[in-house]
Design a protein around this ligand. Structure first.
Ligand code: AMP
Length: 116
């Protein structure tokens, strides 16, 4: 299920441009257009899910897959040993701006806690 009105559905379908770094039948990963760290990419399911609140029982394996893909790319980008952060924002106060779930992966610099 995809939405032509959704930017990340369009990127996954190659109907909008992005610097795609990985793709398979379930997800795509691409460089964030406004990176907040030396490494900042997004891992996005092809399935349109607006927020984490819409996740269903059948999505459990999908979510696990996103994390495992993120780990693999972090290894390729040589940030896994140093450390990196994975974030999924839900709704406005968390800063969600694209309503198609996506796992942010940030690394290449020390991360602060708590996040802003
Ligand atoms: P969020 O604010 O958590 O919903 O994250 C949305 C992310 O998507 C932000 O980090 C944006 O910089 C990023 N973004 C928005 N448009 C694009 C695009 N066309 N290509 C790549 N990243 C994008």
């Amino acid at each position: 299920m995809t939405s032509l009105n959704c930017l990340f559905c369009r990127i996954a379908a190659k109907k909008a441009a992005a610097r795609i770094i990985y793709e398979d039948e379930t997800c795509v990963a691409f460089e964030d257009i406004a990176p907040q760290a030396p490494v900042h990419f997004l891992v996005v399911p092809r399935k349109h899910i607006a927020t984490t609140l819409e996740l269903e029982d059948g999505d459990d394996a999908l979510i696990g897959h996103l994390f495992r893909v993120a780990n693999r790319i972090a290894g390729d980008k040589k940030i896994s040993g140093r450390g990196f952060r994975m974030v999924m924002n839900t709704n406005p106060e968390a800063g969600q701006s694209v309503y198609h779930i996506h796992l942010h992966v940030l690394g290449g610099r020390p991360m602060r806690w708590p996040p802003g």
